[in-house]
Write a protein that binds this ligand. Structure first.
Ligand SMILES: *Cc1c(COP(=O)(O)O)cnc(C)c1O
Length: 384
């Protein structure tokens, strides 16, 4: 099987984990602090707070943004389900925003069209690591008094107009799940420009406790529980791996970009699929190589199922040991959110029906890439 992704681990990560075990300190401690410093540097962020997952990060970001029960939070439906679920975690109401036809991100226009009087915050996703066209979105949010949270779960290592995604964001959230470009097993982070929010995020990730575990251990200081919170800590075992992964970020992104470009070339004469087209002034980390499969005549009829051909292609690739996946899901089409009130989301539905992700991992060979593309050609020609 050619898997969709493989973590890029070497002796460095193994040694870092082993040293942490040997130290006898495995919960949030010196490695978490080191990872936060390295991450702040990589993202050029003022503050970085690492947590147990990006989902936890989105939850805490909404919490410090002051979002609560009854508020509306604008989110793309077209995203991993955690973007919508985070809004539910604070008891607020997700309002679905459509994406662009030619890019799976929201725009200032689609955002304005979905705006409600109760809008308190916006979660804008840099989908598949593709940088958002953020300036107009940020301007709209500040003009209308909503907090903008960047869901940069997939976007570490991407640059927008020469700057790391997340730089300058009031709140940006990253993921280190193995499906992303660098990984700590599970893990996430929030970066912020605001010192007061960074401080509160540190409280909320550990039960509202005022003294960190490592400090308590060293000084014997008695902690105070300033407010209710969660246990969203990352372990030092994970953070030690994260420090090593960050050192490899540029090399991993370069490799992914090379492989994505190679797919682009191999697919240039395949007319029925449209790969993503990142903007020339952005650097895309190629977190997922996604393309849209156009429906064909066979599925035409009174109730055209626009996902039928994509699903046939997926099954065909799987039978040939190629670990392709559906591309991006739309929350409003999943049972969890199917009955949630919403407006029309035509572009999100088209992406959800037609998008498909091809395997793209660090160790993918030229031969494997050619095999994937030849098999894809065959899959598209089925029944012709
Ligand atoms: C992966 C992902 C998340 C969730 O990340 P976890 O670290 O697994 O919680 C959130 N939003 C987006 C857009 C993602 O792709």
């Amino acid at each position: 099987m050619i898997p969709i992704i493989i973590p890029v681990f070497g002796p460095e990560e193994q040694a870092a984990a082993a040293q942490t075990i040997a130290s006898g300190w495995v919960v949030q401690g010196p490695q978490v602090q080191a990872f936060e410093q390295a991450l702040a540097q990589a993202v050029q962020a003022d503050h970085a707070v690492v947590v147990s997952s990006a989902t936890a990060g989105l939850h805490l970001a909404l919490q410090v943004a002051g979002v609560s029960r009854g508020d509306d939070v604008l989110v793309p439906s077209l995203s991993f389900i955690a973007t919508t679920n985070a809004v539910w975690m604070v008891g607020a109401n997700p309002v679905f925003v459509d994406v662009a036809p030619d890019c799976p991100n929201i725009t200032a226009e689609t955002l304005a069209a979905a705006w409600t009087t109760g809008t308190r915050a916006v979660i804008a996703v840099h989908q598949l690591g593709l940088p958002l066209q953020r300036a107009a979105i940020a301007a709209l949010c500040s003009e209308r008094g909503a907090v903008l949270i960047d869901d940069a779960a997939c976007a570490i290592g991407s640059l927008h107009q020469g700057e790391p995604v997340g730089k300058g964001a009031e709140l940006a959230v990253f993921s280190f799940h193995p499906r992303k470009v660098i990984t700590t097993g599970e893990g996430g982070a929030i970066t912020t420009t605001r010192a007061d929010w960074a401080q509160r995020l540190r409280l909320l990730r550990q039960h509202g406790m005022t003294v960190a575990p490592a400090e308590r251990h060293q000084t014997g200081a008695t902690e105070v529980y300033a407010e209710p919170g969660w246990n969203y800590r990352m372990t030092d075992l994970q953070a030690a791996v994260g420090v090593e992964q960050l050192k490899k970020l540029t090399a991993i992104v370069d490799r992914r970009r090379h492989l994505a470009q190679r797919y682009d070339e191999l697919l240039s004469d395949v007319w029925d699929v449209a790969p993503l087209a990142p903007r020339a002034d952005d650097v895309w980390n190629a977190q997922t190589y996604c393309l849209c499969v156009a429906p064909d005549g066979r599925d035409a009829g009174p109730a055209l199922d626009t996902s039928a051909r994509r699903n046939r292609v997926l099954a065909f690739l799987h039978a040939r040991q190629i670990g392709a996946r559906r591309g991006i899901l739309a929350a409003h089409l999943e049972p969890a959110w199917r009955n949630h009130p919403r407006g029309a989301l035509p572009c999100s539905e088209a992406w959800a029906a037609q998008s498909l992700a091809l395997p793209l991992h660090h160790y993918l060979t030229d031969e494997e890439q050619r095999y994937v593309v030849e098999t894809l050609r065959e899959a598209l020609n089925q029944g012709r």
